[in-house]
Design a binder for this molecule. Structure first.
Ligand code: PEP
Ligand code: MN
Length: 337
């Protein structure tokens, strides 16, 4: 249930409303930044009848949230959430480009790639230090050494840092180096991890699982939010389908749906969706046209020699050309880059 208080509601009236809802077994969450005070009652209790709540002194409106995800729903919050990190705002008018290699490999790779993506207009650098590889024999990432390297290079180029976290035991370490925690597709349902990320200050980007419905995906965001961290971004990265020309199938339906039913910023990763370099660019263009708030793109200074995901990594010049096109498309849909 979402309850909006009257502007003249007194603190006593507010306390009475909150205690009635707590008594019914609910947790009270205040809306992050509405002009009027809005509170959501979330939990498994049985809600007092709407009419009873509406009749309480100080209440302006009370409505049920029909979605299973409460805090992530647009019913709870009508305006899109804008997540600010330094001078970067994710979910605002500007679309945000996040780009970099699949995995952090070397100083040369990071410096060349960072310079190229920054010059093209990216604001966030991506790079994995802990990699969820399908084979246990594949390169697993440079760990802390990689994070240190990415932090240093990103700072030197005025970029923020996003990197994937695979386990809750990595939170304290990664918190020292990243600006955004990325939860990968394979970990979308790692509820222990999501719960712990509800306790961190930093934003969390939750990728959609390989075969997750939109509701399941948004419920994963809800896990983080219900723990107290409302700075959540969701990311569509393609779902498993029967097609074999591409690695996955980019589900732009899900982008349009998530934008409609949730206030969270939606980012698209066209790289893992396509799996092949020449399909990344058209998918990225379509994502912005669909209303995505930004892109997470794999770019490598020398993709043919990349340790991981080379075939889907863009050459720097391709990323630059893509950014120029994104600028035009963003403008056509009332955004900017
Ligand atoms: C990645 O972004 O490096 C990654 C592994 O992506 P996903 O979790 O979407 O497969
Ligand atoms: Mn990758």
């Amino acid at each position: 249930m979402v309850i909006t208080l009257r502007p003249d509601a007194t603190p006593d009236q507010r306390r009475a409303i909150e205690s009635r809802l707590r008594e019914a077994g609910f947790q009270i969450v205040l809306s992050p930044n509405g002009s009027a005070v809005t509170m959501a009652a979330v939990g498994e209790g049985s809600l007092p009848p709407l009419d009873e709540v509406r009749a309480m002194p100080g209440v302006a409106t009370a409505i049920r949230i029909p979605e299973p995800f409460k805090l992530a729903s647009r019913t709870f919050r009508q305006e899109t959430s804008v997540i600010k990190i330094g001078d970067v705002a994710i979910g605002g008018k500007d679309v945000v480009l996040m780009a970099g290699p699949c995995t952090i490999e070397s100083e040369e790779q990071m410096v060349k790639t960072a310079a190229a993506v920054r010059a093209a207009g990216a604001r966030v650098m991506r790079g994995g230090a802990f990699k969820p590889r399908t084979s246990p024999y594949s390169f697993q990432g440079l760990g802390e050494e990689g994070l240190k390297l990415m932090r240093r290079v990103a700072d030197a180029h005025g970029l923020l840092v996003i990197s994937e976290i695979m386990d809750k035991s990595q939170i304290a370490l990664m918190d020292r180096y990243v600006d955004i925690f990325q939860v990968g597709a394979r970990n979308m349902q790692n509820y222990a991890l999501l719960r712990e990320l509800g306790q961190v200050e930093r934003p969390v980007l939750v990728k959609r699982g390989l075969a997750a419905t939109v509701d399941e995906w948004l419920m994963s965001a809800e896990y983080v939010m219900s723990g107290g961290n409302d700075r959540v971004i969701v990311c569509e990265r393609g779902v498993r389908a029967y097609e074999t020309y591409t690695r996955n199938t980019l589900d732009l339906n899900a982008v349009a749906v998530a934008k409609a039913i949730s206030h969270l910023p939606v980012i698209v990763d066209p790289s893992h969706a396509a799996g092949v370099r020449d399909k990344v660019v058209p998918l990225a263009r379509a994502a912005i046209a669909t209303g995505a708030d930004g892109l997470l793109v794999e770019v490598h200074h020398d993709p043919e020699r990349a340790i991981c995901d080379g075939p889907q990594s863009l050459f720097p010049q391709q990323f630059e050309a893509l950014a120029a096109q994104i600028r035009l498309i963003a403008e056509a849909v009332g955004r900017s880059l």
